[in-house]
Design a protein around this ligand. Sequence first.
Ligand code: CA
Length: 178
Amino acid sequence: MTPRLTERAGYCPPPRADYVEPDALEGETLAQKLPRFMPAAWPSPQPMWVFGGKYFKPGQWSNDRALLWGSGRAPSKERHELLVPVTVSGKYRVLAQLARGADFGIVQFTLDDAELGAPVDCYAPELQPGAPVELGVVSLSAGEHTLGLGFTGRNPAAPAARTDARLGLDYVKLVPVD
Ligand SMILES: [Ca+2]
């Protein structure tokens, strides 16, 4: 009989995250919608500790992971969509925590195809988590909603030798508004 993964010799369980943002919808675990066109790159859940001690400190990234995605060119019409589950109809503040870094682009969110918040410039000289960004207050019905991600451009300080842009979505949070 084939042993289960956790019963195999040498199995090393993934480390437990030091920090998980309460009530967060983790970017790395949100369901992804199939793109309408073949993307230049597929988004992938990324353990942030692989970037090493300089860029990863316990407690910086919720669940120690983020969803990383890149476009070959920014600005770009390329978009990627995630499914956001809403259990109770109501009004919500939408917050997002994004990674920042030298090759990270200016990101525009959409919600159910309408622009959500202002473009977010994710440039920073070195990889780091940004502060949670307020994307606005929206009324949402119970069910699944589509959160879109795309690039409107790159910060002028981004490396000039490249034209691509990346983003890292640590989490999205829906905070009920009374
Ligand atoms: Ca995360």
